[in-house]
Design a protein around this ligand. Structure first.
Ligand code: CAA
Length: 243
């Protein structure tokens, strides 16, 4: 059975990814920020996921020692075929009003954590001669976004990171690609002020937010592709931004 590790796997996009990969026959390893077991059991039931197909890794991505320890325990007896670096946060503010905490928290979680998660997994993939790394960026890493200097910087950084790593691993059986979702119906987007969200939807050619299912299908397509698909950024944004 193939396996996938999904960071932030119980969040909005994460849950859709877990469901799609499990339905395709993968075992999913899901990181979460120390959620209580009842919450995780509830999440499994709500999403009709059998507990035999999902394993949980409690870890805070900003705690490098904890990430290293959890991943070395996992890699001691498991091959990870697919890694999806999905975890991400926002702390929106115009730049002149942004606090240093808003800046640091977003950079630490969205960008700095890529190092501690990806290095051990990529190293194990190279050892096994196979791997698919998928990094979740955002439309706002491509076009920038009013109120998101911190978030857009991280999401653009993810693309540079992926293009570089793709070159380094291209002869080793490991591909590295990016999926850049547009505005998707998740709690993160639902929390945007209603007037702002209406304006955003009006600017999407499909006139609807991105469907979680469409995102998950793009990730599956990348995971099942051969070595020729590497270093690419695939936009799934309803045509809101084309580049
Ligand atoms: N372009 C130009 N001007 C804009 C603007 C825009 N996109 N958005 C707001 N403004 C203007 C406003 O009209 C207002 O102008 P006036 O002072 O002349 O009236 C001024 O900028 C201040 O705007 P706000 O009233 O909104 O200011 P605020 O301080 O209350 O809020 C904000 C600032 C928190 C950044 C708020 O604008 C906001 O939440 N914006 C949305 C940011 C966004 O799109 N976040 C995406 C989250 S989802 C996500 O990130 C997932 C993903 O990957 C897609």
């Amino acid at each position: 059975m193939k396996s996938v590790l999904i960071t932030g796997g119980t969040g909005g996009i994460g849950t859709a990814l877990v469901k799609a990969f499990v339905n395709k026959g993968y075992h999913a390893y899901v990181t979460h920020t120390h959620k209580p077991m009842e919450a995780l059991s509830g999440w499994l039931t709500e999403n009709q996921l059998g507990e035999e197909y999902v394993s949980f890794l409690p870890l805070n991505l900003n705690n490098r020692a904890e990430v290293t320890q959890q991943l070395s325990k996992l890699l001691a007896n498991t091959n990870v075929d697919v890694l999806i670096n999905n975890a991400g946060i926002t702390a929106d503010s115009t730049f002149l009003k942004m606090s240093v905490e808003q800046w640091d928290n977003v950079i630490d979680t969205n960008l700095k954590a890529l190092f501690s998660v990806t290095q051990p997994i990529a190293s194990s993939m190279v050892e096994h001669g196979f791997g698919r790394i998928i990094n979740i960026s955002s439309i706002n890493g491509l076009k920038g976004q009013f109120g998101q200097c911190n978030y857009s910087a991280t999401k653009a950084g993810i693309i540079g990171f992926s293009k570089s790593l793709a070159q380094e691993l291209a002869t080793k059986g490991v591909t590295v690609n990016v999926i850049a979702p547009g505005y998707t119906m998740t709690p993160m987007v639902e929390s945007i002020r209603e007037d702002i969200l209406d304006r955003i939807k009006g600017n999407i050619p499909t006139k609807q937010l991105v469907l979680l299912e469409d995102l998950a299908n793009a990730a599956l397509m990348v995971a099942e592709s051969g070595m020729s698909l590497t270093g690419e950024t695939i936009s799934v944004n309803g045509g809101q931004y084309m580049c």
